[in-house]
Unconditional design. Sequence first.
Length: 65
Amino acid sequence: MPFGRNNYILMLAGIAVIILGFIIMTTDTEPYGFGFRGITLGPILVMSGFIFELYAITREPKIKG
């Protein structure tokens, strides 16, 4: 198996962070999303989610035995 169980758990956590970032961007109350949440916090969460995904994919699974 190319990925271990922990890799899949980390990938799901990264996807959750990405989705949370997009939700935060869409719920900004400022017009056209120009508030802090829409233009700063949301994109930071999305980018950190993608970086976390890269880590989850490249992490070596632990070999038992």
